[in-house]
Design a protein around this ligand. Sequence first.
Ligand code: F6R
Length: 251
Amino acid sequence: MNIIFCEDYEEMSRKAAAIIASQIILKPDSVLGLATGSTPIGLYEELVSKYNTGEISFSRVQTYNLDEYIGLAPTHDQSYAYFMNHYLLGKIDIDMSNTHLLFGMAKDIDQECQNYTSKLSSIVGGLDFQILGMGHNGHIGFNEPDSKFILDTHCIELTDETIQANSRFFGDTDLVPKRAITMGIRPIMNAKQILFIVNGSDKAEMLERALFGDVTPSVPASILQMHRSLTVVADREALRVVEQLHPEQIY
Ligand code: F6R
């Protein structure tokens, strides 16, 4: 595990973008796992600007998103499909047939989960790079705290904590969908490399537990300790507790 210290959100976004841009330069047909939420917005803006200056091209890149709310159409401005289009996919030269998103309006959610699991398992060698943020309760994707790690794509009841945290995007807790579909732990852990980005003091305790506490499904991000190539890029605030307890671990 490498923990890269950043002064603030902007530096975290720049360093994270440098890592993903290098990946695309070294392997133009990279397969990327993408996250949504507030954390990667700056990273995606940096990648769009590197595309605009001709530094990188996404023409051969493939993407797989982590999750989607059940009941939101891709045209809904809080759906993750809309988010991806708005912040990244609609602004670069990616072939849209190489982008893979979950469909929150699927009539048969179980079938949607199975189809996504099959698509993910057909990627030879697994995802090249999985980008992850972390929820305040330690979730990755929408793999919420549980009594076991769920390996494949599944439907999940969002916890009250997640609904509360995400109400900032919807304006009202009642408007936040109560269920979502998420990639499971298997394709995340099978990814060749993981970029874990975390910012803000409100995640500092959970980040320390995730990286140095017990590996347990009650802190889903703790499984990342077992990954062969984990890079954590986090800001000073998020690293507050890690810095106090494990200063030697920070790069
Ligand atoms: C979303 C996702 C979630 C978020 C997490 C943090 O695709 O994977 O795990 O990364 O909820 O969200 P923010 O970044 O909004 O704090």
